[in-house]
Design a protein around this ligand. Structure first.
Ligand SMILES: [Zn+2]
Length: 408
């Protein structure tokens, strides 16, 4: 049987075996290499966009059960956002963690599906009874938890590899676990906006697919919990903001000469204001956010201002209008001086956007803590927005733009 037939049969098999994976597969772009593809590999690769490419001769050499396993494996990488969630982690350890996670789900499925067999020289990452090497309870852990358990020292890791390649970004070369120097092999992170768009697209599909899977009542390898983890936004807002800031600060940033401002407050600051990264944090004091949560948020943003000395954080409090403005910039913050929580009325984020337009037009990111029961500005302006939403706040789909992170 040739590779095309095997892929078609694998799709059909998946429909019966696992409706969740089947729905993801129907939204993927699966093709053999066409010769123009600059990235060639002897097995298969997948990226965060849902592209999967495979070597026809490899697929032809596998059993039908293995081809079904390969297709499910790549679909699960996309569904569980393994490619976009890599962040700054060590590539090899991350690859091993995500392969252990998806293969554990596959080996837990009952039916005609199998992971490809081991090659002579090295074993594939395939768990047995939810264990792989020294790692157990894989079905109860997220890929991030597994990653944290994998020793960062190569010699201490179980000797195993994945059969596929996980491409971390559009322009990147695939991050092959064979990369000799262990560096992120040409990995280029997607832009924040691109990542947001992609995550939104897949999350919608994943929530639909999860409903089908629940109806079937089948939960191989903790699949349903893994899906819930994705749907409940796995990244905390602090991590998100920190990674945003560290991505935006140029690596070769140098202080040329002390500015006038730095003479006054005794710290070295960049010489021109244009080199600053401006962050605006908007604290919604109107709704269901407790005083404790508000002060916690405020001290976190103040700490960010103190951590990076070329990041200026402006904190504003708002309800239906902007009330107070605080600046945090390269200063040690032990306690927030006099954060007044005036206004516990209705909420409107349009005055916030107007305030930014007039007072901080060059801010690059806005972090807004809110319950989401507010009037939204028409558009985001030039800023990226991160909505930090309290647990009982509005549903994600009411936010017209930006990234929504829920506090759990
Ligand atoms: Zn993989």
């Amino acid at each position: 049987m040739d590779h095309t037939d095997k892929i078609v049969r694998a799709r059909i098999a998946m429909q019966k075996l696992c409706p969740f994976i089947y729905l993801i597969i129907t939204n993927m772009d699966i093709k053999p290499w066409d010769g123009r593809d600059p990235v060639r590999h002897e097995t298969a690769w997948v990226d965060a966009y849902g592209h999967m490419r495979y070597a026809p001769e490899w697929i032809a050499s596998l059993s039908q059960e293995e081809v079904t396993g390969v297709l499910a494996h790549e679909a699960l990488h996309i569904a569980l956002q393994h490619v976009s969630r890599a962040g700054t982690r060590d590539v090899e350890a991350w690859n091993a963690a995500v392969d252990a996670k998806v293969n554990d789900i596959i080996v837990s499925m009952s039916g005609r599906i199998q992971c490809p067999h081991d090659t002579k020289d090295m074993q594939y990452v395939v768990p047995q009874n939810h264990s792989w090497g020294p790692f157990s309870d894989i079905d109860k852990k997220s890929a991030e938890q597994l990653y944290d358990e994998i020793p960062k020292q190569k010699s201490k890791r179980p000797k195993a590899k994945g059969w596929d390649i996980h491409k971390f970004g559009d322009k990147s070369e695939p991050s092959d676990s064979k990369s000799s120097d262990g560096k992120p092999n040409g990995r280029q992170r997607m832009s924040q906006r691109e990542l947001e768009g992609l995550e939104r697209k897949w999350r919608e599909l994943i929530s639909q697919a999860a409903v089908l899977q629940r109806m079937k009542g089948d939960n191989p390898g903790g699949l349903l919990e893994a899906i819930d983890g994705i749907l409940q936004a796995s990244v905390g807002w602090r991590d998100l903001l920190y990674s945003y800031i560290t991505n935006e600060i140029p690596v070769d940033y140098t202080y040329r000469r002390p500015s006038k401002k730095s003479g006054a407050c005794g710290v070295y600051l960049p010489s021109t204001e244009s080199e600053l990264l401006r962050v605006v944090c908007a604290l919604d004091t109107s709704g269901s956010i407790s005083r404790e949560q508000l002060s916690q948020f405020a001290s976190e943003v103040a700490a960010i201002g103190a951590t990076f000395n070329n990041v200026e954080v402006t904190l504003i409090t708002c309800d239906a209008q902007v009330h107070d403005v605080y600046e945090y910039f390269g200063r040690e913050v032990t306690e927030l001086p006099g954060l007044k929580l005036r206004g516990r009325g209705g909420t409107d984020h349009r005055p916030v956007a107007e305030w930014i337009e007039h007072n901080r037009p060059d801010a690059c990111v806005v972090v807004a803590m809110t319950d989401g029961y507010t009037s939204f500005p028409e558009d985001s302006g030039p800023q990226d927005w991160i909505w930090v939403v309290v647990r009982d706040g509005a549903q994600e789909d009411v936010f017209p733009f930006g990234r929504v992170v829920r506090i759990t």
